[in-house]
Design a protein around this ligand. Structure first.
Ligand code: ZN
Length: 641
């Protein structure tokens, strides 16, 4: 028997093996003795499906800000640690992703957006809107506008398995519009008829309601509500948009207090649209009334935009522990805008929206993306691009159309924040805003494997070139949802099938069947991307024939293998669910979704990469016998209809 060395600091998390398993608190297993026998070591160690290593892994966890490697099992993070610790968690079907110095982070979370539930969406389908967000590295969005129609479409997408990302909807209590008599329009979407949806395992949640407290300087919506009148010669007054020289406050204090109190009692977080200082005051007062001395930690009421916050209001955010959304990138550094409307000496008020980011409160990124600009336009107001928002939060610089960079004016530059803080505002803080901080928003054992790979480490590069970072991969719950062109080496292909494809809700769901046999010796340089479900199916043991048929019926892509000519590696991970057939997981990839409808014969080649096991033998040098080395050529019949 071998004498084996194991690493003493391995933190193992035992997680459920069902596809719907909810992350659990990390269970720390005490350090193992340094010399143990094989029987001692193999039993308790759960092997990883995927291991990322040789990169810069940013955890957003203060106690453990960066690690060398991360392991994923199913839909959750299995463990983080040194390369030695984590690579010890592999077995023969673990995929090793060599990050080659790239950065791995928790997926971005947009704390305030309108990308999914917005009228028109520039003609984009819900599926296309999701694809756009995922391409930018968003794994979760907090959707701040919704009527019943949009909620219905989101529920339908969830039911059909087409909600690829996590969506937290704040249902509109009133809409941000005034009627012909300058009165607010109450909508009461979802609430108070229904309970909040807070289940962490659901992709569609409704954790809160949205209340518009004032206008937005747009026709039909009225103006920001101010405690002192607009400047008499402000063009906004001439425009007829404002209901009064003080703007448009939608609520009396008593009325708003009552609504917030009731929503809080029903278990809802309240997000307030509040732009002018009087709207902020009214929202703060309503929060204070509803909390009635209880900590906001319990209720998580939050104020959006905070566009003109008075200096005396900032301490109230801290006292009440109110959450605040903060725009990342935007050309708010034009003094003439503030002075024109609000008068001299208002610049600090105008800049206080950024001061919130640096205070001891929960502040999170708002893109406020609402299809007013093209999602591919990067350096614009309300840009979707989180990389541009990160650049904005950290530098407060502005990029002109010709690509030249403007330095910020001093009163916004003073509120530039660290990259660490900005990343928190794009990950753990918006997770906190929807009470998901125990499940997403940082890299920690037991949390969902919502991960992105960036081309470089934003913590170590010159802040001016943060804007040039690229998102190379987006993973949600252990499944790759986006892989940048030419970056396949960073994308675990266990999950493929839908990579780079925007499935349209209007089109029928593609179903595929792929038959394998191993008697064709031709090799073509085409890979086969298998469907995520195949892997999970195999991983979680043999099933009855009925279960297999159900699975085949529901899966987008199914691989059935003739039970012959499989080498030892394949048989290692086979189960026997169908008489005479094996289902198995293929360490390769094929872009089946890009094929036209019809029948295709695809030749592919299995290449079992010995490299990844060399030097990383789990139980000591030479203990992993690479019997899987070699090639096996198969013919695939591919049908889509
Ligand atoms: Zn908004």
């Amino acid at each position: 028997m071998h004498k084996l060395t194991v690493y003493t600091f391995i933190v193992i998390v035992l997680i459920g093996t069902s596809a719907c398993a909810t992350p659990q608190e990390a269970t720390q297993i005490p350090s193992l003795p340094t010399e143990v026998t094989e029987e001692d070591t193999i039993q308790p160690v759960e092997s990883a499906d995927i291991i990322f290593y040789n990169g810069q892994i940013i955890t957003i966890e203060a106690s453990n800000p960066s690690v060398e490697a991360l392991a994923v099992k199913g839909n959750t993070i299995l463990a983080l640690g040194s390369e030695e610790e984590i690579l010890a968690l592999q077995d023969q079907h673990t995929q090793l992703i060599d990050l080659q110095g790239a950065a791995l982070l928790p997926g971005f979370i947009d704390g305030h957006t309108h990308i999914l539930a917005f009228p028109d969406r520039m003609g984009r389908s819900l599926a296309e809107a999701q694809e756009t967000a995922i391409r930018y590295g968003f794994t979760t969005v907090n959707e701040m506008w919704s009527n019943q129609d949009y909620l219905d479409s989101l529920f339908q997408a969830e039911q059909e398995g087409n909600l690829r990302m996590r969506v937290n909807v704040f249902a509109c209590y009133n809409i941000g519009m005034l009627d012909d008599n300058n009165q607010k329009i109450i909508m009461k979407t979802w609430y108070p008829e229904n309970q909040p949806i807070l289940d962490p395992e659901k992709h569609l949640r409704i954790p809160g309601i949205k209340i518009f407290v004032d206008g937005a300087m747009t026709a039909g919506r009225g103006c920001w509500a101010l405690s002192e009148p607009y400047m008499p010669d402000s063009p906004i007054l001439d425009s007829g948009i404002c209901g009064s020289e003080y703007g448009d406050l939608y609520w009396s204090q008593e009325e708003l207090n009552q609504v917030v109190q009731e929503a809080q009692n029903a278990g809802y977080r309240v997000a307030f649209h509040a732009m002018g200082d009087q709207a902020i005051e009214t929202a703060l007062d309503a929060i204070e009334f509803a909390l009635n001395g209880e900590p906001n930690e319990l209720h998580r009421h939050q104020i959006q935009h905070n566009s003109l916050a008075r200096p005396d209001q900032l301490p109230r955010y801290e006292t009440l522990n109110v959450l605040a959304s903060v725009r990342g990138y935007g050309n708010f550094s034009l003094p003439e805008v503030s002075e024109l409307h609000f008068g001299p000496d208002r610049d600090p008020w105008y800049a206080n929206r950024y001061a919130l980011a640096n205070m001891d409160i929960h502040a999170y990124l708002e893109t406020d993306f609402g299809w007013t600009v093209d999602p591919d336009d990067r350096f614009v107001q309300r840009t979707l691009d989180p990389i541009v928002h990160l650049f904005g939060l950290v530098t407060h610089k502005y990029v002109n159309e010709d690509g030249s960079i403007c330095d910020p004016v001093s009163w916004t530059a003073a509120h530039a924040i660290s990259v660490e803080r900005a990343l928190e505002m794009m990950t753990i803080e918006p997770a906190y805003a929807v009470s998901m901080e125990d499940y997403i928003g940082s890299l920690k054992p037991g949390k969902y494997a919502d991960l992105i790979i960036l081309s470089d480490n934003p913590l170590s590069i010159d802040p001016d070139i943060i804007k040039d970072l690229k998102v190379w991969m987006t993973m949600i719950a252990g499944k790759v949802e986006y892989c940048d062109n030419g970056k396949d080496m960073y994308c675990p292909n266990v999950n493929g099938g839908e990579i780079n494809i925007a499935p349209s809700l209007e089109e029928p769901i593609q179903k595929t069947q792929i038959m394998f046999n191993c008697d064709n010796e031709e090799n073509l340089p085409m890979n086969l991307k298998t469907n995520y479900h195949i892997q999970t199916y195999v991983r979680w043991g043999a099933k009855t024939e009925e279960q297999v048929n159900d699975f085949i019926e529901s899966a987008d892509c199914v691989i059935l293998v003739d039970n012959k000519k499989v080498d030892s590696y394949i048989s290692h991970s086979t189960v026997n669910p169908v008489p005479g057939k094996d289902m198995f997981f293929v360490h390769s990839s094929c872009d089946v979704g890009k094929l036209e409808s019809g029948t295709h014969k695809i030749l592919t080649r299995f290449v079992f990469d010995k490299r990844i096991y060399d030097g990383y033998d789990r139980y000591g040098p030479g203990t992993d016998n690479p019997t899987y080395e070699g090639t096996c050529t198969v013919t695939i019949e591919y049908l889509t209809y």
